[in-house]
Design a protein around this ligand. Structure first.
Ligand code: FRU
Length: 496
């Protein structure tokens, strides 16, 4: 039986011992980080038996991507996480090369159903490899999961002609009101162009192909990974993580990107027609988002707070790699996706410091405003009757050697995050710019710092810029800077 396979037993034993080598203060305070070793995508994000469950792509044995397991943690508030034993290990013939990303749903009989991608590579003559990705199930009680005897449940034979069986992964399942199930899966055509496939099932076990939900047609990158599809307000939202993006203005950047499409779902035909597209996150480190619905009806998203293109930026003295973004509440406003930190974060706020109408010209610091676990809201505007300022910046994780900054140029409405001086010794991307909505130099920002990361929510969540940083924790200064004069309201809390 799977849950007692040797491979899983070893992983569970290993992680339990290795976790003890990581001090609590060497981890983020309220973002989920890997129990030990390596973490990538969030998986199986769900509410089950009174707790939030968040699984993740996991290689416990070292800090690099390798044969994928599923790590597991639970929480009652989405912020305090408790590790549970690893849930899945690559221990069957159909997933021996990895249990890739997937999702979870509760069955009517109360069991927790996981759906994931099983990866199997076969060596051919002359040393070439042939890889197949299939969709597989595991059923459990919230701690132990048993792989389904009829795995895989969706494989190459279920695919229409022209679809790749090698790039076919990351099933996201949901249960409809009528009790039947749907699932979207990332895929590409044999020429590499991305698409999302829709499958349907009466019971969650027996699946059949329904339709191509949406085809990329060469627009956004190539292979589409980690699709998620859900209603939000009066609209439908398709989130995907496309590989090999080309940049488009300030909206999309090169490499692994994040894409939010908002539009119309023709349920009968199983097709989605987007009206609006945008990046999910405009910063440096965000990928592979997944959502779930809370019992009180909120749609919450988390993403892997990393990106494949920037994984070489790592700390040398930390024996874990990979953390999740803050869980974010989603809404649609003015046709855009909005994201706000989950409201549960407000219970962490302590030591309020508020300053109104502070005039910033040159560099200033404010009494009581510093720290590396911080929730800070800023409203900036030009000084009445004076010329528009030329630049506004906030430096944080600062001491005499290091700082990370975001800066705003009101003339062209560009907000830039820059972590060049965060201690990195690698020549990889450390800056990103985003075009934000600002009238007359007014801008509203909320900055969440958690030891190794910064998430900047712009204009009440209309845009978010996320970046990780490994700057030594003693660099805890925060300063404000303006060229010209800026008026600023600040409210700052420590997050404890
Ligand atoms: C995205 C991804 C998924 C895959 C997983 C493997 O980051 O490439 O498509 O399932 O990571 O770990």
């Amino acid at each position: 039986m799977n849950m007692t396979s040797q491979t899983l037993r070893e992983a569970r034993k290993y992680e339990e011992a290795a976790e003890k080598n990581i001090a609590a203060e060497d981890r983020p305070a309220f973002h989920l980080s890997t129990r030990t070793g390596w973490m990538n995508d969030p998986n199986g994000f769900s509410y089950y038996n009174g707790k939030y469950h968040l699984f993740y792509q996991y290689h416990p044995y070292d800090c690099h991507w390798n044969s994928m397991h599923w790590g597991h943690a639970v929480s009652t508030d989405l912020l305090h996480w408790e590790y549970l034993p690893a849930a899945l290990a690559p221990d069957e013939s159909y997933d021996r090369d990895g249990c890739f990303s997937g999702s979870a749903v509760t069955l009517p009989d109360g069991r927790h159903l996981l759906i994931y991608t099983g990866v199997r590579k076969d060596r051919r003559e002359l040393g070439s490899e042939c890889e197949e990705q299939t969709q597989c199930l595991a059923v459990g009680d919230g701690t132990d999961y048993e792989k389904y005897e009829n795995n895989p449940v969706i494989s190459a034979k279920d695919l229409p002609e022209g679809c790749s069986a090698k790039d076919f992964r990351d099933p996201k399942i949901w249960r409809k009101e009528d009790g039947t199930y749907c699932c979207v899966v990332g895929n590409c055509l044999t020429d590499g162009d991305g698409q999302v496939l829709l499958f349907v099932s009466a019971d969650g076990f027996d699946w059949k192909f329904k339709s191509v939900l949406m085809a990329n047609k060469g627009r956004f990158g190539r292979m589409w990974e980690c699709p998620d599809f859900f209603p939000l307000g009066d609209e439908w939202v398709l989130l995907v993580s496309p590989q090999d993006m080309l940049p488009e203005g300030f909206e999309y950047h090169n490499g692994n990107g994040t894409l939010c499409l908002i539009g119309e779902y023709d349920e009968e035909k199983g097709t989605f027609t987007p009206r609006h597209d945008q990046s999910i996150d405009y910063g440096i480190d965000f990928y592979a988002s997944q959502t779930m619905q809370t019992p009180d009806g909120r749609r919450i998203m988390v993403g892997w707070m990393q990106n494949w293109d920037t994984c070489d930026f790592r700390a040398h003295d930390i024996s874990w790699f990979g953390q999740m973004s803050l869980p974010r509440e989603l809404s649609i406003e003015n046709g855009r996706l909005y994201q706000r930190p989950v409201r549960e974060l407000e219970a962490f706020r302590r030591n309020r410091v508020a300053c109104e109408n502070v005039c910033v010209s040159g560099e200033i610091t404010l009494e009581g405003i510093k720290g590396r676990t911080v929730d800070m809201e800023l409203l900036i505007r030009p000084k009445d009757g004076e010329d528009l300022y030329r630049k506004f910046a906030v430096r944080f994780a600062q001491n005499d050697r290091f700082y990370t900054s975001f800066s705003f140029h009101p003339q062209d409405s560009i907000l830039k995050i820059d972590r060049k001086f965060s201690g990195s010794r690698r020549a990889i991307i450390h800056q990103r710019r985003s075009c934000v909505d600002s009238r007359d130099g007014r801008l509203r920002l909320r900055i969440i710092l958690d030891r190794f990361s910064a998430e900047i929510f712009v204009n009440d969540g209309a845009q978010v810029m996320t970046a990780i940083l490994y700057t030594p924790q003693e660099a805890d200064g925060i300063s404000f800077f303006a060229e010209g004069a800026v008026y600023m309201d600040v409210v700052k809390y420590d997050l404890v």
